[in-house]
Design a protein around this ligand. Structure first.
Ligand code: GLP
Length: 274
């Protein structure tokens, strides 16, 4: 796992946007297939989405040959519901770039048979050749997508019941009322994320510091589902200084030194595994 620490959220987000752009452009030079990108919602990726839109506007990036799969969707919210992840993605990314909307995949929160919808989603990912890069955020309890504490680290796309902590955290999008946050969601599994060629997670703010410590310094544990990254051959967490508040000074120094060395070795390129 690489841990890339930036001074603040803006710097971490621009770095991640440039990293994704570089990966898409590099892939385009080598393959005729579309680049398959996994995407999250939440406030954490917003800076990255702004960065990607800017790169598109500056003509440094095109999404014409990009397919996307979103991580999750609330069960019972239609695509046009203001708080649905469909709407979130349209408003914060898709309506600002040149993506072909037929290549956009988001779980259907209104599916008549949600279990079948989850199976269909896994098949659609496989049919596209798998996810090249999965971008994600992290919940304050260390969850990835909606894989709440206790989720199987081999789980696939399925229905999950949300914890009280997650509903309280997401209440800000529902007029501050946790009871208005749907109690269930459809979500890709930890195993689905782990199958991606690469995983890039953005973490920001001291509210995530406790979870970041568990994910980086403690063992693989289903109570902090993002700790699965410890088993991924190409995993990056990009974060701001505030999110490192609970890490040991020694851990922070170690990852900063490693990154300095990586930059020297790859002469500024974003290479290197984990
Ligand atoms: C929800 C989403 C996650 C996201 C998390 C954190 O639970 N399902 O994908 O990472 O919220 O959201 P935020 O970035 O707003 O802190």
């Amino acid at each position: 796992m690489r841990l890339i620490i930036h001074r603040n959220y803006e710097d971490a987000s621009s770095w991640a946007a440039c990293y994704i752009a570089e990966r898409i452009n590099d892939f385009k030079r080598k393959s005729d297939r579309p680049f398959v990108l996994g995407l999250p919602t939440g406030s954490s990726p917003l800076g990255i989405y702004r960065g990607l839109i800017k790169l598109y506007q500056e003509k440094k990036l095109s999404f014409e040959r990009v397919s996307t799969f979103n991580m999750d969707e609330y069960l019972g919210l239609s695509a046009d519901h203001p708080q649905s992840y469909h709407r979130f993605m349209m408003e914060n990314l898709f309506s600002h770039i040149d993506i072909d909307l037929t290549r956009v995949h988001i779980l259907d929160g209104m599916a008549k048979d949600p279990e079948q919808e989850c199976r269909r989603y896994e098949e659609a990912i496989a049919a596209e050749g798998g996810i090249e890069l999965f971008l994600g955020g992290m919940g304050s309890d260390g969850h990835i997508a909606f894989n709440e504490p206790g989720s199987s680290l081999r789980s696939r796309t399925r229905i999950k019941t949300l914890t009280g902590e997650t509903r309280i955290a997401n209440a800000r999008f529902f007029g501050g009322d946790p009871s208005k946050v749907p109690s269930t969601a459809l979500t890709v599994g930890v195993g689905t994320v782990m199958d991606a060629g690469e995983v890039l997670i953005i973490v920001s703010g001291s509210g995530k510091a406790r979870a970041l410590r568990a994910v980086v310094e403690e063992g693989l544990n289903h109570m902090w589902t993002l700790s699965c990254l410890q088993m991924h051959p190409r995993a990056i967490i990009v974060c701001d200084e505030d999110a490192t508040e609970e890490l040991r000074v020694r851990t922070v120094r170690y990852f900063k030194d490693i990154e300095k060395e990586t930059i020297r070795t790859f002469s500024g390129k974003n290479g290197g595994g984990s």
